[in-house]
Design a protein around this ligand. Structure first.
Ligand SMILES: Nc1ncnc2c1ncn2[C@@H]1O[C@H](COP(=O)(O)OP(=O)(O)O)[C@@H](O)[C@H]1O
Ligand SMILES: [Mg+2]
Length: 246
């Protein structure tokens, strides 16, 4: 079953008199529980695509549907609550709030839910355990290494047990080995919690990651690994999973 359906999607930006058509008539289906890597040259529209799926931006034309919700047509008021329930986002520069500790940053999305303080603490501990943030919870972002900031940002994205996690080049400033680490870290969330994941990445997934790769270039999306047999919407939620409750 598809979780994300993009149909005839177009996005144009206006810069002065110039219109930038990032894509025109783009179609994409992402299966529920799938783990997909998205690659493409700088400026090809990868961030724009993630923003549209997350409802952080609106399409110029076409539809964005996530779990049956028409994301492009939601009011701003509906959008806030919907995003808090369904979207986990890891920004390229992580966007941790500098005045909050790592633990407080991770807890932030839960303040939009009705969870009690004790429940929030439990969810934060689960998320911290999944990413291996260890004893760095009381440190501020400036006191963390790049890798630790990345882990805090991922913990913040998974803490509310979202339907889909979108990651925008989270390995941008880190060494090549950390792409493999991200896959290793997110795979149990994908498999155990049946969380759908779309990861924008510089390099292809590490060998054995069994993730389909989409390539975006000049407004066209194509699957780079059409022979990927063991990937796709295979994940099923299991009780022993490192996820909190929806
Ligand atoms: N808010 C914006 N205003 C104008 N142009 C934009 C805006 N956001 C993105 N663009 C343009 O859209 C194109 C795609 O950008 P982006 O999605 O950031 O690419 P990528 O993430 O693949 O590097 C680029 O040409 C970029 O300059
Ligand atoms: Mg980008």
């Amino acid at each position: 079953m598809s979780l994300v359906e993009l149909h005839g999607l177009s996005k144009h930006f206006q810069r002065g008199a110039e219109t930038i058509a990032v894509f025109d008539g783009l179609d994409l289906d992402l299966g529920e529980g799938s783990f997909t890597a998205l690659m493409g040259p700088s400026g090809s529209g990868k961030s724009t695509l993630l923003n549209l799926v997350a409802g952080l931006d609106r399409p110029t034309g076409g539809t964005v549907s996530v779990g049956g919700a028409d994301v492009g047509a939601m009011s701003a008021a509906e959008m806030g609550g919907w995003r808090a329930r369904h979207i986990g986002f890891v920004f390229q520069s992580y966007n941790l709030l500098p005045v909050l500790t790592a633990r407080q940053n991770v807890e932030l999305p839960l303040l939009l839910t009705r969870l009690s303080r004790a429940e929030r603490r439990e969810h934060v501990e689960t998320a911290r355990g999944v990413v291996g943030l260890g004893d760095r919870g009381e440190h501020f972002p400036r006191q963390l290494s790049g890798g630790q900031e990345q882990r805090a940002a991922i913990a913040r994205a998974i803490v509310s047990d979202p339907t889909i996690i979108l990651l925008d080049e989270p390995t941008g400033q880190l060494d090549a080995g950390s792409a493999a680490e991200i896959f290793a870290l997110l795979r149990p969330v994908n498999r155990g919690c049946a969380t759908t994941i779309l990861l924008v990445t510089h390099g292809p997934p590490p060998a054995g990651a069994a993730a389909p790769v989409l390539h975006l270039d000049e407004g066209v999306l194509r699957a780079a690994w059409s022979s990927c047999r063991s990937c796709g919407p295979t994940a099923r939620r299991t009780s022993a999973a490192p996820c909190s409750r929806r």
